[in-house]
Design a protein around this ligand. Structure first.
Ligand code: SAM
Length: 309
């Protein structure tokens, strides 16, 4: 993949695209209100060691990078430090990215933020500050039943998905498009209702990605297509643009393509790009590739998550 020298955001927004690069840098170059739905599943606060490299770019006609307006920049590496993925660093990493997510969302748009039960409370407070409490729509519990069982506490078998809307008076939400699910006690509701099924509530029982099914890509943090499909069905329309800037194995791209939405996916891990390419090729999904690892703004901090999610 050739490196792009500057982001052509118009090209990114009109079709299906995958960008290799730091999501903050890419998000900052997108126009306001250009996205209809955001689903993100950021790396959790894992406690693993991360490498934090601080870069400064200065305008220099002989520099190695090209930024906005074709200006040339030289990059100076200020410091690299390894640190434990501590909680305060994690929120500091998320905050500017969530602010950008809020900015690029259209007035009718929604954000689905997928997170681990240990972090969700702090992220809720962060998101309340960015979106406003009145824009909080739901906390979805994705419940599964797989893996080892703790015996010294209740086994934790769920993830949380926080849902925020840009404007509580204008957001798009269409339950008629959502696949219905079987009643738990169909005998209690009558034949007709039982045959139609019921709308999911804010608690979603869904298996993890099957360990040896076709859906499995081998990407360690892959999320089930069934979860993301439901998000896309309810909170976007055909033709809309769906953004996932922690794209991983590209689950959001597959859901969007299946449902006739456009997608913009960003990940800074070349392995994620390789997995997406193979997955989309197998599903016959065409997309444009962009490599934005060679461009930065006038001053940049690149956070390299050595441990991933
Ligand atoms: C939990 S995974 C997402 C998994 C995805 N939902 C799926 O179904 O495969 C998080 C992803 O965020 C990516 N990531 C972490 N920091 C990033 C950054 N600053 N910019 C872009 N991507 C980043 C990681 O490479 C990883 O692929």
């Amino acid at each position: 993949m050739a490196r792009d020298t500057a982001l052509d955001s118009a090209a990114l927004l009109c079709g299906d695209a995958v960008v290799l690069g730091d999501n903050l840098e890419v998000l900052r170059q997108l126009p306001d209100a250009c996205v209809d739905l955001v689903y993100i599943d950021p790396p959790f606060n894992t406690g693993r060691t991360q490498a934090h490299t601080q870069l400064r770019t200065v305008r220099d006609a002989a520099g190695d990078r090209t930024g906005f307006g074709g200006q040339r920049y030289a990059t100076e590496r200020l410091a690299t430090r390894a640190y434990l993925d501590r909680f305060d660093d994690y929120l500091a990493f998320l905050a500017p990215r969530l602010e950008e997510a809020h900015r690029v969302l259209a007035a009718h748009g929604s954000l689905y933020f997928h997170i681990d039960y240990r972090e969700v409370h702090y992220c809720k407070v962060l998101l309340d500050g960015i979106f406003g409490r009145d824009c909080f729509l739901n906390e979805i519990i994705w419940a599964y039943d797989y893996g080892a069982r703790a015996t010294r506490k209740w086994p934790a078998k769920h993830d949380n998905i926080l849902v925020y809307v840009k404007d509580p008076a204008r957001y798009h939400f269409d339950t008629a498009e959502v696949e219905r699910i079987p009643y738990m006690a169909p005998g209690l509701v009558g034949e007709e209702k039982a045959a139609r099924g019921k709308l999911p509530t804010d608690t979603w029982w869904h298996t993890i990605v099957p360990t040896n099914g076709r859906e499995r890509t081998g990407y360690p943090t892959q999320k089930p297509l069934g979860i993301v499909r439901r998000v896309v069905q309810a909170s976007s329309k055909p033709g809309d643009l769906v953004l996932d800037f922690f794209a991983g194995s590209g689950t959001t791209g597959v859901a969007a393509a299946e449902l006739g939405r456009r997608f913009l996916l960003i990940d800074n891990n070349p392995e994620a790009l390789r997995v997406m390419e193979a997955r989309f090729a197998a599903d016959g999904i065409a997309f444009a590739r962009h490599d934005m690892t060679g461009t930065t703004g006038a001053a940049a901090e690149l956070l390299v998550a050595a441990g991933g999610a």
